[in-house]
Ligand binder design. Structure first.
Ligand code: COI
Length: 366
């Protein structure tokens, strides 16, 4: 194994094969379109029934060779996560709440009948990979290194059952803002035809199936000039759930309101941070059911003061327009609200090490 500087405390059982052909880095002036550029290395770990997770290795980024009958292709047994690494002005590398991603990954795994990933493989594997590819962490404002851990079912089998073999992988991508709008408010379409998830289903897990379920509505919304879809509950089509790539918050009459986690909503890491910050700042914070009628009424009578989404990729994303059925509501005259801006500045300030992390949310990569 090649010894990597500064990696003494990181698990030594991860084999390292360094690339012989390092790629060319994007230029500082290149736009880092979300999810389009990948770094030099990836983490790969195999699972075999009876043997557990084994053969952890960091290897050059490469194409996979899989049997066409691999179960992930047929029944979608897969889990993914998303987190980010940041470079501070004094050269440290910080991760934001990786323990929450680990916890959510294994919650998803349990629901999807995928074996849980050991803490050290997930946390130390990510840290070691980020350290090896640290030259890829961009430093321009609004950029970061997006980390995508994921597991796929690899058994070549066409019967329906959980796979006996899996691959856990982590890839890295230097990114700019998720939405081309950046911090400019996005336009959101409240979907009344399709639904994303129902309670008892897999809506609270991070798995590809939830995202493919969203695509038809997303295309419909795009064609009408909207960036994203806001989902209603799958039974009554009455209560606000989430946006798919982010959770949603409303400021109504001075109070902050967000849909309660009911089993069909993804428990977002940035959502959790925003709840904590709003409470600390003295806002009344309500996690509860919010009907689309309540929202419509608040938009009409002027008490809907701000709307924003939260997510790892999206960070804090202000919403400037909401469309429901035939009505379009403009929020904050289409501009960014004071609380959304404060949350964005605080969350990114902590992530970049510019604001003191009093919550212990950041983890320094050694
Ligand atoms: C994330 O925010 O990390 C996500 O996984 C959302 C994804 C759709 C980009």
């Amino acid at each position: 194994m090649t010894e990597v500087k500064g990696m003494k405390n990181i698990m030594t059982e991860i084999r390292l094969e360094q690339t012989k052909e390092p790629k060319t880095l994007p230029l500082p002036e290149d736009p880092l379109v979300f999810g389009t550029i990948f770094t030099d290395h990836m983490l790969e770990v195999d699972y075999t029934d009876g043997k557990g997770w084994h053969d952890a290795r960091i290897v050059p980024y490469h194409n996979l060779e899989l049997d066409p009958a691999a179960m992930v292709f047929h029944y979608g047994q897969e889990m993914f996560e998303g987190l980010k690494a940041y470079k501070t002005e004094d050269g440290r590398i910080l991760l934001f709440r990786p323990d929450k991603n680990l916890e959510r990954a294994n919650n998803s795994n349990r629901r999807l009948m995928i074996p849980e990933i050991p803490d050290d493989i997930f946390l130390e594997g990510i840290q070691k990979l980020v350290r090896i590819d640290e030259r890829w962490i961009p430093t321009k404002p609004g950029t970061s290194l997006y980390i995508r851990p994921f597991v796929i079912a690899t058994d070549p089998f066409l019967g329906v059952r959980p796979s006996y073999t899996y691959k856990f992988m982590v890839i890295l991508s230097p990114v700019g803002p998720y939405y081309p709008e950046g911090l400019d408010p996005v336009k959101i379409w409240i979907e009344d035809e399709y639904v994303r998830a129902v309670r008892g289903g897999i809506g609270e897990t991070k798995t590809g199936g939830n995202y493919v379920a969203s695509m038809a509505a997303q295309i419909k919304a795009h064609e009408e000039g909207y960036s994203q879809v806001l989902w209603l509950d799958g039974v009554e089509r009455k209560y606000i759930e989430e946006v798919g790539a982010m959770n949603i918050f409303f400021k109504i009459n001075g109070k902050v309101v967000t849909p309660v986690l009911n089993g069909s909503i993804l428990p977002g890491v940035t959502r959790d941070a925003c709840i904590a910050l709003c409470k600390e700042w003295g806002y009344t914070l309500e996690e509860r059911k919010i009907s689309v009628d309540e929202l419509e009424k608040a938009a009409r009578d002027g008490s809907l003061e701000e709307v924003w989404g939260t997510g790892t990729a999206a960070v804090i994303s202000p919403v400037g327009h909401l469309r429901y059925e035939q009505d379009v509501f403009q929020i904050q005259d289409g501009g960014i609200g004071e609380l959304s801006q404060r949350l964005y500045d605080t969350v990114t300030g902590i992530q970049l090490g510019k604001i003191e992390d009093t919550h212990g949310w950041t983890v320094e990569v050694k």
